[in-house]
Design a protein around this ligand. Structure first.
Ligand code: NAD
Length: 346
């Protein structure tokens, strides 16, 4: 089993990464090296319970820093990498595409090169057991047709600069597998939600605005569909993939929970009304705003390969997960202000 080893997680102070670090420490015997630049999206506050854990080391640095990556690999000798570090917000990618190419394409390439150098010098058995798990996104497949779900055979057809930069990162990772033999595995999770997601993303943004009684901006007609996956289900899937996947395999990760944005926002309104119990009707705050350019109408993921090749099953139903997430944001104003104040001070 690959679970008794050291792994390097990139981007482990972000939303999914910090949840993954916690899952590793709680559910496995893995030792975790966490390489994160602590951009506006990465926070020590997201790792508060695990910063002192002897099985977790946070290294603050950039995946594009080849010497730092090489030294980290030499010092800690991981048997696997889970690569999550990225610029991740579609609207920011529309405003500033080059910063997405810098981290998601060039950074991924520098990381791949440093990892390949390290991997080539490992003993034969360790080389065969090694995995580079590249965490991509379902957004690389573009827009799904009504009723369609993306599969492992879907073509890359990214429509936002974010999705294009992730697709480019995937193709580079694939090429390192083909050219140098690096054992690369790809995961394409659908939209994650849960505690510690940056307030710029749909669900936390709506929860916080609803709590403050501010307008709730919904893009266009609000009938865009997303396939929601709880972050803890995503992390369990990533660990199952790390344990079972063969080189060159791709795994789509989703929980079959496609919903329209408007339904999600309306449910958030009802939950905030219920939690704050102040006789407000927050659905009245929903305001349709001008659409995002290039907006994909629908993402939906067929995760049957993941379910058949591993024992993974999603465990968190969306209504319960959303209720717990709303409660988390309403009870963690300290985390929210730490995250927002870092942004303002930049
Ligand atoms: P996030 O923005 O919350 O976290 C990204 C982390 O990467 C941050 O901690 C940031 O500091 C770090 N980082 C950014 N640039 C870096 C660099 N150059 N060097 C080192 N660290 C750097 O993102 P997230 O939502 O946790 O997503 C994590 C990964 O999963 C991303 O690769 C994203 O594309 C992918 N993904 C996310 C979702 C989702 O719904 N959140 C869905 C599918 C795939």
């Amino acid at each position: 089993s690959r679970s008794d080893h050291t792994i390097l997680i990139t981007g482990g102070a972000g939303f999914i990464g910090s949840s993954l670090v916690r899952s590793c420490l709680r559910d496995t015997t893995l030792t975790v090296i966490n390489l994160d630049k602590l951009t506006y999206a990465g926070h020590r506050e997201s790792l508060s319970e695990v910063l002192e854990d002897p099985r977790h080391t946070l290294i603050v640095g950039d995946i594009s820093d080849r010497e730092l990556v090489a030294q980290t690999l030499r010092d800690h000798r991981p048997q696997a990498i889970i690569h999550l570090a990225a610029e991740s917000h579609v609207d920011r990618s529309i405003a500033d595409p080059p910063s997405f190419a810098t981290t998601n394409v060039l950074g991924t390439c520098v990381l791949l090169e440093a990892v390949t150098d390290y991997w080539q010098k490992l003993p034969t058995d360790d080389r065969a057991a090694f995995r580079f798990l590249n965490v991509s996104t379902d957004e690389v497949f573009g827009t799904a047709q009504p009723g369609e779900q993306f599969t492992e055979m879907s073509l890359l057809a990214p429509n936002s600069p974010y999705a294009a930069s992730k697709a480019a990162g995937e193709l580079l990772a694939r090429s390192f597998g083909k050219t140098y033999g690096l054992p690369v595995v790809t995961a394409n999770p659908s939209n994650n939600y849960g505690p510690r997601q940056h307030p710029e993303k749909l669900i936390p943004r709506m929860i916080l605005a609803a709590a403050r009684g501010e307008p709730l901006p919904v893009f266009g007609d609000g009938l865009y569909e997303r396939d929601w996956l709880h972050v803890e289900d995503c992390c369990r899937a990533l660990l199952a993939i790390l344990d079972q996947a063969q080189p060159e395999e791709r795994y789509l990760v989703g929980a079959n929970q496609c919903l329209q944005n408007l339904e999600v926002v309306a449910t958030i309104c009802d939950l905030v009304d219920e939690f704050l119990d102040d006789r407000s009707s927050r659905r009245e705050l929903i305001a349709h705003v001008i659409d995002r350019p290039g907006h994909d109408r629908r993402y939906a993921v067929d995760a049957s390969v993941l379910r058949s090749k591993t024992s993974w099953q999603p465990q968190i139903k969306f209504d319960l997960g959303l209720r717990e997430t709303v409660g988390w944001y309403l009870n963690h104003s300290d985390w929210v202000s730490a995250v927002l104040s870092k942004e303002i001070s930049r």
